[in-house]
Design a protein around this ligand. Structure first.
Ligand code: 6R9
Length: 578
């Protein structure tokens, strides 16, 4: 039998003034970051220029490893210079404060320069996951009136050029490579643009409340919502990097998430640069052997990864670890899905370290609940709220009011007291939906949890039908909409089906139009249609034809019932489901 608690003996990660007392001293965090009262608060300045001008200037900010094992480093000083150039290039294109710059490319140096250069000039950056197909791209860029897109030649040719006419706000496309294809009409070449740009400081004065990042996230109904974050969010990124990830300035850090998702932006870019570490960037896709080699040969000290990756490494089995040592590794953490106790112990057995689970969401912008550096770990638990974060378990009362549950081990919704720096400030263009996320001063997370008598939170499930596949949040509505575009489809219901590796796999149930007969060929055609339109990350892996789909009285598809049937579970009393 394994013990239920793993005792930790770390020292305090952040200065005591900021660490212990409540209310949390966010001002102290600001001072550690070098923010002066009333001065500019700009993520790019605080993460890049600040270090470039210090003794840290010649340290690599990023060290990328490509598929062939080749490496490329970018120091803080080089990053400062390149982001100034790109920032000035954007200015010359007429991009200014509040304009939306989208990035759609793999993890490569230009991506980091583009994100930080755009932030420098006060533009709002919205990252797109490279495995998105044209539909998720069109949808997100339309909602945000994307003015600039930084992408690769192949992504542009395959996914954007065919829909460019549907993106009237898109004025400039910058291609980070040309693949030898020569100039493409109506695009800018990255190199040429940077060459022509001035190297003078490009920083535009921004305040803590100015918008900086836009992350699209999915709900049960409607299209993805754009969660807007401000420059001041860096306070959370910095504090949590210290408290929840134990990041220290001389560390080599590897966050395995793609910047197309919120984890890859908050903890792949902002947090590590705020601390001043060297981040490893793996340009290739997951491969168990390769990942262990990176951990070993790059001397990674702190590793932030996801349960899906851990499950894949667990599956690869002990032979993979034979003869490997990770003497540099000091701290391992995970986010995105539940991390079960076995995975925590697997870390102890194979890496020599337990895995620290952390919980947060696109809306929270940074880690809120964690098995923090200074805390004992309860394997299987998400941990406790970090300093500065007040969490509650609530249940809905009549109407919109919520009752706080004080009794330990009672299931309710996880809620957070509003006001932490990285809290989202809007759902773009949807004030009503934003308002619905709050009950008084409490932000309602939509996750069901229980809190034990020691104050540790345990994940129970989600309140809605949103799917988590390989750590990525996917809205069933977005998938259903694309399936229903197909002339053979009458109705679609999409669910997450338990999957040993991905956590959940996307499965669609379809009814067909009256004159269409189900066939294997049609199923393949529909799978291909979804993959073409949505991209591999969002498309269903499985399609089943049904005679009819279950509906609520108000006519909505009851995904919960589809799921219960799929799992062979009791269907329960669903007559009141709205
Ligand atoms: C950062 C990120 C948020 C949802 C969240 C919850 C699930 C995240 C978790 C976890 C169990 C954890 N989630 N961390 N579930 N244990 N440690 O993942 O953001 O993509 O917005 O997803 O992910 O359901 O509500 P996002």
């Amino acid at each position: 039998m394994r013990p239920t608690v793993i005792r930790q003996s770390h020292g305090a990660a952040l200065s005591p003034a900021a660490g212990g007392a409540t209310p949390f001293a966010w001002e102290q965090v600001g001072r550690e970051l070098g923010i002066t009262p009333g001065g500019t608060v700009n993520i790019a300045q605080l993460t890049v220029d600040r270090h470039a001008a210090s003794a840290r200037g010649d340290q690599p900010a990023f060290r990328s490893v490509n598929a062939d094992g080749g490496r490329r480093s970018l120091t803080y000083r080089e990053l400062a210079r390149l982001t100034d150039r790109f920032g000035n290039a954007l200015k010359s294109l007429g991009v200014g404060k509040g304009d939306c710059v989208f990035v759609l490319c793999g993890r490569r140096c230009e991506l980091y320069v583009a994100v930080l250069g755009a932030l420098k000039v006060g533009a709002v950056v919205s990252p797109l996951f490279p495995a998105f197909g044209p539909e998720p791209i069109r949808n997100r860029m339309t909602q945000a009136n994307g003015k600039v897109l930084v992408t690769t030649a192949s992504a542009y040719r395959r996914k954007v050029a065919p829909i460019r006419a549907e993106l009237p706000a898109l004025q400039h496309v910058v291609l980070v490579d040309d693949l030898g294809a020569g100039a493409m009409p109506e695009t800018h070449d990255w190199e040429a643009l940077l060459q022509a740009a001035a190297e003078a400081p490009a920083l535009v004065a921004t305040s803590a409340d100015d918008p900086a990042l836009l992350h699209f996230t999915s709900g049960t109904t409607g299209m993805p919502k754009g969660a807007l974050h401000v420059h001041g969010a860096i306070l959370t990124h910095y504090a949590t990097a210290r408290l929840a990830l134990d990041l220290r300035p001389d560390d080599v850090f590897w966050c395995t998430a793609d910047p197309g998702w919120v984890t890859g932006m908050s903890y792949g870019i902002v947090a590590p640069l705020a601390v001043g570490v060297t981040s490893i960037v793996d340009e290739a896709e997951f491969d168990a052997v390769r990942w262990l080699s990176i951990l070993e040969s790059e001397g990674v000290n702190v590793w932030y990864t996801a349960p899906t990756a851990i499950r894949m490494l667990m599956k690869a089995g002990p032979p993979l670890f034979a003869g490997r040592r990770f003497p540099a590794l000091r701290f391992v953490a995970s986010v995105g899905e539940p991390l079960n106790a076995q995975a925590v112990w697997w870390g102890v057995d194979t890496l020599g370290l337990p895995i620290h689970d952390t919980w947060w969401q696109t809306e929270t912008g940074g880690i809120m609940v964690a098995n923090a550096v200074t805390d004992d770990i309860k394997p299987g638990s998400m941990g406790r709220p970090l300093p500065g974060i007040v969490a509650r378990v609530v249940r809905q009362r009549a109407g919109e009011t919520r009752e706080v549950i004080e009794t330990p081990d009672t299931v309710g919704e996880l809620a957070l007291e509003a006001g932490w720096p990285s809290m989202f400030r809007a759902y773009l263009g949807q004030p009503e939906r934003y308002g619905k996320c709050f009950a008084g001063k409490l932000y309602l997370s939509g996750d069901l949890v229980r809190r034990d008598a020691d104050g540790y939170y345990w994940f129970v499930g989600r309140r809605d039908d949103v799917i988590k596949s390989a750590g990525h949040l996917i809205g069933p509505f977005e998938v259903e909409s694309v399936l229903m575009e197909h002339p053979a489809v009458a109705e679609a219901g999409v669910i997450g089906k338990p999957d040993a590796l991905a956590g959940e796999a996307i499965k669609a149930f379809l009814t067909l139009r009256r004159d269409v007969a189900p066939s294997e060929a049609l199923r393949m055609e529909l799978l291909a249609h979804a993959r073409r339109r949505l991209g591999a990350a969002v498309a269903p892996k499985e399609i089943a034809f049904a005679e009819c789909l279950p509906h609520t009285r108000s006519g909505k598809i009851m995904r919960r019932l589809l799921k219960a049937r799929e799992l062979g579970l009791p269907e329960g009393d669903s007559s009141t489901l709205e």
